[in-house]
Design a binder for this molecule. Structure first.
Ligand SMILES: [Zn+2]
Ligand SMILES: [Zn+2]
Length: 692
């Protein structure tokens, strides 16, 4: 008699918990390690994956159920892939069955042999590679050579516009010619239609797209195209990591520093880190590409675990780096605004539009010059709406979201919570003091800037790009096309505009309030701010016309700006990060220590508090050597969607101590039925990105 250990999608700890089933005779031939099966679990039928097969009789008294049926005739995971997933489960302290749930698309998990019928083509289509339109320059050629010579992890550090994509394409060409496949991860596939297009053009009929917005049918199609070897390039956002490539030769992580590689719900993995792990398991090449590499990537280079190739030249010859100047917004505060073409009749009348203040005289002049030269500008502000908040002029009352501990953001016709979507129409009277005064608006957002532009540049054609105007891929493509074909003069947007778009006619980039990301309670705040500012600046001057970038801030002394302004952006960025990394080493933060954020949330505040004290106490009592326990403290956003939130940070130099402690904690929490007892959820976020 044979038995199979099977992982099922259920939250069991230890995280490698599997269940033993008997293999019925009818399945003995066809079942193997990695098979996707149906089993009865609890009161229902569930899918599961075989992790081990054994023939020794079970201990007496142990009863097993039979495996019900096989969903796919061939194993869904190779042994290698299974080990890879198991290593993710151990690292992220997340049950193996739930890790697999992320790795198998829903239409497959819920499928049956009938709905999942597929044919393996007898002859695979001949490989066709279209020649590149451009020749690689010296730097690109050197990068390709050094990366293809050696397996392992490579950082491809290329300034914006230096042609990283061309290097990826060349490397993939080599991989395909060797008969292997390629995995290409991008932060948000819907934001990068041009990149997708370039891949599809170069490798006709070879690119399978993977992203969450696809229909079940499309997902199933893409999955089987890769699974059967008809397509050998899997391109997509983080979930493409789980595309069933048979023989991967390379995994590319474009914009590796991007925070969206981190999954923020359920299985909280980081696709960049997981890709590095993937390359180790499959002994293939991993390329991390960025203009502003993360501290983690640079630490790999420092420790010799990754090599680095550098692209400094802009790919379009004669395109030069944009000239950047800082504008001190404090000087703008009491001043009368002097604009050459706008006559201000009443100097006390200003500001007239909510975004007025953020169009400094210098910026207005620059916009004016750009428009006159028939060139384009991008104005960047990382907030939607018309302002940051509205307060009562008599009593200072500010509308708060009833579900979240955040202020509502004003939009032109309503007030909205950007976390839960709650929105109200602005009342005529203050709900607190009944005063009928109009509310005072503070700060600005994309809508506010749009309004201000219509006052100052009435004939300019303005496009807005944020989550309010872009709901899907079509909206995005429409906006991008409209702007690049010159249907608009000014593009106002949130960080959506920072992603690798290439607009040759843009010669001016204005960053309206650069301070925004710098004052958040997060050890990566400076790193992220500088990365974002560099990305946005990189949108200027990508072709022959020189570009300029105007950066407005209230704190021009901040070190981030000294680095942003430097002559040699690469050297300066490196210096900036090495200073950051010294701080992180001292404070025991990643990449020099393991870090986990334990989030506790529930509907009853007292119970959440009690639970968080219990968890911290348990961790301290464990006396794990070198384990630091910080907290509990209320989370920076102390209430979200009606749930009260507290958090604990744990850090350790030792990966083993760290993992063992977390496994032990979660096992105890589950065994003690603490979720029920405290009416509180405990979420463990290993290598957290979002600290709010
Ligand atoms: Zn009031
Ligand atoms: Zn809310």
């Amino acid at each position: 008699m044979s038995f199979a250990d099977i992982a099922v999608p259920a939250p069991f700890y230890p995280s490698d918990t599997v269940f033993t089933y008997r293999i019925p005779e009818s399945l003995e031939e066809s079942l193997s390690v990695g098979s996707l099966v149906k089993v009865s679990f609890g009161k229902r039928l569930s899918w599961g994956v075989v992790t081990h097969i054994h023939h020794a009789p079970l201990k007496e008294g142990i009863k097993t159920k039979d495996v019900d049926s096989l969903i796919l005739p061939e194993p869904i995971f190779s042994e290698k892939r299974l080990r890879f997933l198991q290593s993710l489960s151990a690292h992220y302290v997340y049950p193996i069955g739930l890790v697999m749930e992320s790795a198998i698309p829903t239409p497959l998990r819920n499928g049956s042999p009938r709905t999942l019928r597929y044919t393996v083509p007898e002859l695979l289509p001949a490989l066709r590679i279209e020649p590149s339109a451009t020749q690689l320059n010296d730097e690109q050629r050197t990068a390709v050579k050094s990366i293809s010579q050696k397996k392992g992890v490579h950082l491809l550090w290329g300034l914006t516009g230096s042609g990283k994509t061309e290097v990826y394409l060349k490397l993939i060409e080599e991989v395909l010619e060797r008969g292997e496949g390629a995995l290409v991860l991008v932060p948000e596939i819907s934001l990068t239609p041009l990149l997708t297009e370039r891949f599809e053009k170069r490798f006709p009929d070879q690119v399978a797209l993977f992203h969450s917005a696809q229909s079940p049918k499309k997902i199933r199609e893409a999955w089987f195209e890769v699974w059967t070897g008809q397509k050998r390039i899997a391109l997509g956002a983080r979930s493409a990591l789980f595309a069933p490539l048979k023989n991967p030769g390379i995994v590319v992580v474009d914009e590796e520093h991007d925070g969206s590689y981190k999954q923020e719900e359920g299985f909280r993995y980081n696709a960049r880190d997981a890709a590095i792990r993937f390359a180790k398991h499959f002994s293939c090449t991993c390329v991390l590409g960025s203009a502003t590499p993360s501290a983690e990537a640079l630490a790999l280079v420092d420790s010799g675990e990754a090599s680095v190739s550098v692209l400094r030249k802009r790919a379009v010859e004669s395109a030069s780096l944009p000239k950047l100047s800082l504008i001190d917004l404090r000087l703008n505060l009491p001043q009368e605004i002097k604009i050459p073409h706008v006559e201000i009749k009443d100097r006390f009348e200003a500001p007239r539009a909510p975004g007025d203040f953020f169009l400094s005289p210098q910026l207005q002049l620059a916009i004016d010059e750009t428009l006159k030269a028939k060139e384009q500008c991008i104005l960047f502000i990382n907030r939607r709406g018309v302002g940051s908040q509205k307060l009562c002029r008599s009593c200072g009352f500010v509308h708060e979201c009833p579900n979240c501990a955040v202020k509502l953001t004003p939009h032109s016709h309503h007030l909205a919570c950007h976390y839960c979507g709650y929105s109200i129409i602005e009342p005529d009277h203050c709900p607190s003091c009944s005063s009928p005064h109009p509310f005072l608006q503070v700060g600005t957002g994309t809508e506010g800037v749009e309004e201000a532009l219509s006052l100052h540049f009435p004939s300019a054609r303005v496009l807005r790009m944020d989550r309010d105007t872009i709901a899907n891929k079509n909206d995005l493509e429409k906006t991008l096309n409209a702007f690049s074909s010159g249907e608009a003069d000014i593009l106002v947007g949130t960080q959506m505009v920072a992603k690798g778009h290439d607009f040759p006619k843009v010669t001016l980039v204005g960053i309206l309030l650069a301070d925004m990301g710098m004052n958040v309670p997060d050890f990566r705040a400076n790193e992220r701010s500088l990365q974002l500012l560099m990305q946005v600046s990189g949108r200027a001057g990508r072709s022959k016309s020189p570009g300029r970038v105007l950066v407005q801030t209230f704190q021009p002394e901040h070190p981030v700006f000294q680095h942003l302004q430097a002559e040699d952006p690469m050297e300066s960025y490196k210096r900036f990060l090495s200073e950051e990394m010294i701080k992180r080493k001292l404070l025991n933060y990643p990449p020099y220590a393991s870090l986990a954020l334990l989030r506790l949330d529930g509907l009853v505040e007292d119970r959440v508090q009690e639970a968080s004290r219990f968890v911290a106490h348990t961790l301290n009592r464990a006396k794990a050597p070198g384990l630091q326990v910080l907290g509990p403290t209320p989370s920076p956003i102390s209430k979200l969607r009606g749930r009260h939130r507290r958090q604990i940070l744990i850090k350790s130099q030792s990966k083993e101590v760290f993992e063992q402690t977390l496994h032990w904690l979660l096992q105890g929490w589950n065994k003690g039925h603490c979720e029920k007892k405290y009416k509180t959820r405990l979420l463990v976020d290993v290598d957290p990105v979002q600290m709010m």
